[in-house]
Design a protein around this ligand. Sequence first.
Ligand SMILES: Nc1ncnc2c1ncn2[C@@H]1O[C@H](COP(=O)(O)OP(=O)(O)OP(=O)(O)O)[C@@H](O)[C@H]1O
Ligand SMILES: Cc1ncc(COP(=O)(O)O)c(N)n1
Length: 271
Amino acid sequence: MANETIQTLTIAGTDSGGGAGVMADIKTMQMRHVFSAAVIVAVTAQNTIGVQDFMPIPKKLIDEQFASVASDLKIRACKTGMLADVATVEAVVANLKKYDLGTLTVDPVMVAKGGARLLSEDAINTVRDELLPLADILTPNLPEAEELTGMKIDDKDQMMDAAKKLQDLGVKNVLIKGGHQTESKESSDFILLENGQSFWVSSPRIDTVRTHGTGDTLSSCITAEIAKGADVETAIRTGKKYVQATIANGIQVGHGHGPLNHWATFEGDGE
Ligand SMILES: Nc1ncnc2c1ncn2[C@@H]1O[C@H](COP(=O)(O)OP(=O)(O)OP(=O)(O)O)[C@@H](O)[C@H]1O
Ligand SMILES: Cc1ncc(COP(=O)(O)O)c(N)n1
């Protein structure tokens, strides 16, 4: 039999506008040449201007999606994105414990770029206490890292302190994204690995509002690279280069925070 195709899974919400959530995840996985399945946990009515409405999927149907995927596919790595509310986080946690879905990257999505809440406030504790201890890699942006640690994060030293605090909550590898530091000329993310090593990945900040789905794209690319056998550091470095390429080679879609160019390639991308 030919070698089995590398399979990944995204566990997240949909974006009817096509730019973020499961849509960004699957486009990224496809570009990185892995197969992606999807467990949908919420449906949003959304476009580049904002989130008009959303509805979480009932627990029974979440459980059934996990069962369908786990009973047939061999998932090497998975990621979580938008998780909506306490009941949804709890359902996802129970399924992650029940099935072997490989290396887990948690993107703790809380608020969309347009300001809409995608995780209820009371679910932040559930994410911190129940989901984080399962995560191999956690990829919060600055406001998410602040919520999870209770710290104010205004500079690079505080980003490093927050990463340590997140590791103390049970996460193995932490990547704090600096995309929200809009006053800086560089977009710099801090990484603290399981073995205690740490490093920064930086790229020139691109002056654009077309950054809808950057976090989803980064975490999906990391998930794809891990599934292909990359170590965490290499997967993160590849993810950063891919996101940069998707922002730099912009496409013109919608009237607000436009989506990324998932077709973008970058030097040495190995595909
Ligand atoms: N304007 C920009 N120019 C270059 N890189 C950027 C820019 N904005 C974000 N990034 C990079 O994109 C990645 C995602 O960071 P960001 O902080 O935007 O995540 P996020 O807020 O979770 O994204 P989203 O919620 O849109 O999915 C990081 O690697 C960050 O450095
Ligand atoms: C379903 C879903 N998942 C994630 C995001 C975050 O992306 P952004 O912060 O760019 O709006 C989103 N808007 N919608």
